[in-house]
Design a binder for this molecule. Structure first.
Ligand SMILES: C[S@@+](CC[C@H](N)C(=O)[O-])C[C@H]1O[C@@H](n2cnc3c(N)ncnc32)[C@H](O)[C@@H]1O
Length: 471
């Protein structure tokens, strides 16, 4: 009953006047509930059908436009809204930057309850599209059928898809013809693999019963134009091998063709043997004047073009003299550590994923860097036990995953008393939550955002915290 009633509630002539939280546009009028809606742009005047009603907010869907915002632009992608990956593709780029900066400032003010002494302007991305160096696609025999297809009475024969999971519907995959986030060669490779797999009679994965021949595809590329393709099969077969052989013939420009046989209940292949079918088992990338080998399991920042700029912010905030000991916590493949090593006495990277640590060590050797040491383990545990031989770092760099820092890590960092903390974050709300704790001992000197993900609401933020004089 309740559900039915909500369906009928239409809020009329709502002016959207802000954007932010998880990419939603919102209408915020004093003394009224905040109304959130997807795919609106501030400045739009719309009718909204209520989907969810809570004490302090309402969520709903736009059912009619009365006025289109001047901040709007035509989305490039035909899968926009359906895919949901680039939720701000309908907003002009300068406005995307404005709302990203605003979100970071709001989080600092609302959650950390502090304003930085200085906020530097957000660094924009020169590439608005085609900037990602890694995309992951899923094969499914249960394609997402669009409303138009359902309405037309045509019989739907082709139910295979290679693309992205429909948000909130894990068993449905949206078939992607063209994605604008990775260089166009990625579209050509993906579409070729899909069509050839169908021709060869490979069964696309059935996510519900966990059966099929072929399950995922990862395409990585670098600014040096090297390409890695990793196909995940459920089982090995002649057809699977034929697909790889045909891929190699069709695209000689692919530097690395890899595959993995995964008959587990999930798509994670980090615990499986990845086999090199042809070429090298890594691809090369260049960040600043450093070279990196990226293997199939390596984490690497997904926008190489912006990564150099991001690491330059860290370097600028660190203002190194050459005699510093630095801890780089959550170091991944050691890219920040290696980037800074030339300007410091010693850098210690700490990272939990063993393969990432192996890559970091290899990359140090590859670049002839001898003053960076990488330790595998949980930051929490290693800080509690203390880093043998290297105590009292002047600077600690933090680059945790989206959920931010564990309270015990914050306590350990505070007790180590570095002069500076540089906190890099892809989630400004958890970053603000953590700064709220640091602020008793550290001043928030500078905050600077950088756009690593144009067309999405995601934003990377870097802050410099300096030890208070009395600490
Ligand atoms: C956002 S990435 C940072 C990577 C790196 N700084 C870079 O710029 O490429 C976060 C990293 O933290 C690692 N990680 C997550 N939890 C961890 C923990 N408890 N201890 C150590 N590393 C952890 C992840 O494996 C991942 O490599």
């Amino acid at each position: 009953m309740g559900r039915k009633r909500k369906k009928n509630i239409i809020l009329k002539n709502i002016e959207l006047n802000d954007a932010g939280s998880l990419g939603k546009a919102l209408s915020k009028v004093e003394d009224q509930k905040i109304i959130f809606t997807k795919y609106g742009v501030p400045g739009d005047i719309v009718d909204i059908q209520v989907r969810k009603k809570r004490k302090s907010y309402i969520e709903g869907d736009i059912v009619k436009f009365h006025n289109y915002s001047k901040k709007r632009t035509e989305p490039k992608c035909k899968h926009f809204e359906l895919c949901g990956g680039c939720s701000w593709q309908n907003m002009k780029y300068e406005d995307q930057l404005y709302y990203k900066s605003k979100e970071v400032a709001n989080n600092l003010e609302r959650i950390a309850k502090i304003s930085p002494e200085k906020t530097l302007p957000i660094i924009k991305s020169d590439k608005k599209y085609y900037y990602r160096n890694k995309m992951e696609f899923s094969f499914s025999n249960s394609r997402w059928i669009t409303a138009n297809e359902i309405e037309s009475d045509r019989i739907i024969k082709n139910k295979n898809a290679l693309g992205f999971h429909k948000s909130g519907m894990w068993s449905k995959v949206i078939d992607i013809e063209k994605c604008f986030l990775q260089a166009n060669i990625s579209n050509k490779i993906r579409n070729y693999i899909k069509n050839r797999a169908i021709e060869l009679g490979l069964d696309f994965f059935d996510l519900k019963i966990q059966k099929g021949d072929i399950r995922t595809l990862i395409i990585r590329n670098t600014t040096l134009n090297e390409i890695m393709v990793l196909v995940q099969f459920f089982k090995d077969s002649q057809k699977a091998q034929k697909l790889l052989a045909d891929l190699k013939d069709k695209f000689p420009e692919i530097s690395s063709i890899m595959y993995v046989i995964n008959n587990k209940k999930n798509d994670t292949f980090y615990d499986l043997n990845v086999i090199c079918y042809s070429g090298t088992d890594y691809i090369n990338e260049k960040i600043g004047d450093l070279n990196f080998k990226i293997s199939a399991k390596s984490f690497f920042q997904t926008n190489s073009y912006q990564t150099t700029k991001l690491y330059n912010i860290v370097k600028k905030f660190a203002n190194l003299k050459g005699d510093e000991l630095i801890y780089d916590l959550y170091s991944g493949t050691g890219t920040i550590s290696l980037f800074l090593s030339k300007y410091a006495k010693k850098v210690i990277g700490i990272e939990t994923v063993n393969d990432a640590v192996i890559s970091a060590k290899e990359n140090a050797e590859f670049n002839k860097i001898t003053n960076a040491t990488f330790i595998q383990g949980d930051v929490k545990k290693i800080l509690t036990e203390g880093v043998k031989d290297y105590i009292n770092p002047e600077i600690i760099i933090l680059d945790p995953p989206r959920n931010g820092l564990d309270r015990s890590v914050i306590d350990s960092v505070v007790s180590i008393k570095p002069n500076k903390i540089i906190y890099v974050s892809c989630n400004s709300s958890t970053q603000a939550r953590d700064i709220e704790i640091f602020k008793e001992f550290y001043d928030l000197k500078i905050s600077q955002s950088i756009d690593m993900f144009p067309q999405t609401y995601h934003v990377e933020n870097v802050v410099l915290l300096e030890k208070k004089c009395n600490e």
